[in-house]
Design a protein around this ligand. Structure first.
Ligand code: SME
Length: 162
């Protein structure tokens, strides 16, 4: 099993291949969306090096509401279009932010966060939430991480009931 230590970009495809297999095993036979989000965030936080927050925000009545996560307590409600998470919903695309201090409207839940990756959860064309990862290191995430977490989002959606 991979340990939570820095992974060179060149090794990330092997890391994500292992991580996605682990998630498929973890979610197999369970369709509860809250239980699956809880276990997905725990796996990400446990296995990915250099994170200070990993979790879900779920769309409820037109805004993002905090879901299962690992890390410090976080802001509960985020309007669409606000912060990195709200931008991912509004644009319906993943957001890779090398320096959160340079992102207009970034919401600082944990002052330690320096870079962020947010992947929207899209079911039947509708954004139902996001997966949000924060790191205390600038430029922690790259396109290999984005592709890996987009695959994690697909596995979560396929396993979980709406
Ligand atoms: N930084 C996020 C808010 C969520 S916390 O990072 C957990 C944002 O700007 O949307």
């Amino acid at each position: 099993m991979f340990q939570a230590q820095a992974i060179a970009s060149s090794d990330k495809s092997g890391f994500y291949s292992e991580l996605t297999s682990q998630l498929e095993g973890l979610l197999a036979g369970e369709s509860d969306p809250v239980a699956n989000a809880a276990n997905t965030s725990a796996l990400l936080f446990q296995m990915m090096p250099d994170l200070n927050w990993a979790g879900f925000y779920i769309m409820r009545d037109g805004e993002l509401v905090l879901g299962p996560f690992q890390g410090k307590p976080a802001c509960v409600r985020i309007p669409v279009g606000r912060g990195v998470c709200g931008a991912a919903v509004a644009r319906r695309q993943s957001m890779l932010v090398d320096d959160v201090h340079a992102f207009p409207g970034h919401i600082a839940c944990d002052a330690a966060s320096r870079s962020e990756l947010v992947v929207p959860l899209i079911r039947d064309g509708e954004v139902i939430g996001v997966i949000d990862l924060d790191s205390p290191s600038p430029s922690r995430f790259d396109s290999a991480d984005q592709a890996g977490i987009e695959r994690i989002a697909e596995i979560y959606l396929a396993a979980s009931a709406s």
